[in-house]
Design a protein around this ligand. Sequence first.
Ligand code: HEM
Length: 210
Amino acid sequence: MSNKDDIRRYKDGERLHHWIVAITFILLAMSGLALFHPSLYWLTNLFGGGQWTRILHPFIGLVMFVSVMVLMVRFWRHNLVNRDDLRWIRYLPDALHKREGRLPPVGRYNAGQKIIYWSTVIGMFLLLFSGLIMWQPYFAPVFPIGLVRFAILVHAFSAILLMMVIILHIYAAIWVKGSLQAMVKGTVSRTWAKKHHPLWYREVTQEERK
Ligand code: HEM
């Protein structure tokens, strides 16, 4: 339940956009895994069979690439790395043991969120370039077979990296209580903001006083 005293963290458009990215990501992970190993081929039933899975996967990939990039443009300013982020990483083991006192005060996003953000950007570019090179029948025939084989390897590795990164993102969203509310309702409690993002909380309250 959100409280009327809660503060706004995301606009409606930002949340809608985030969930479009999340849904395309899940569709891509399932269709990609279906094509990756025979034991997961049953997942093709969700997309209308093997041929449809093969046809749809790269097109959904293009939709995800464009929407992730636009999402990244919305948030890049808040994910720039600073000195305090390095200190935050050093004291992370303390925070994991519920001793958050030694962590430097965090702004809108902490260093962990920034690492997830930049790994997603890198993963998305690797997936796009490798995916285009291996895309039959449109682009693959243009490239030497050695490069296409290398692209297939890069595609599989970057997909696994991205899935691990997003699993971590979802785990953190559930583990840090009160975060999911930010992406479901767009608001967070004042206690959450003060505890996890005190510098951002200060900025918001200064704005409120104006
Ligand atoms: C079901 C899957 C997902 C869940 C449950 C989830 C949950 C969340 C939550 C709770 C936040 C707010 C965190 C905060 O404000 O501190 C958030 C922010 C964000 N999420 Fe997700 N997310 C999911 C999938 C994705 C995917 C697939 C991507 C990108 C490929 C993504 C990219 C982002 C970005 C860029 C932000 C803004 C934070 C930042 O810039 O670091 N999310 N997500």
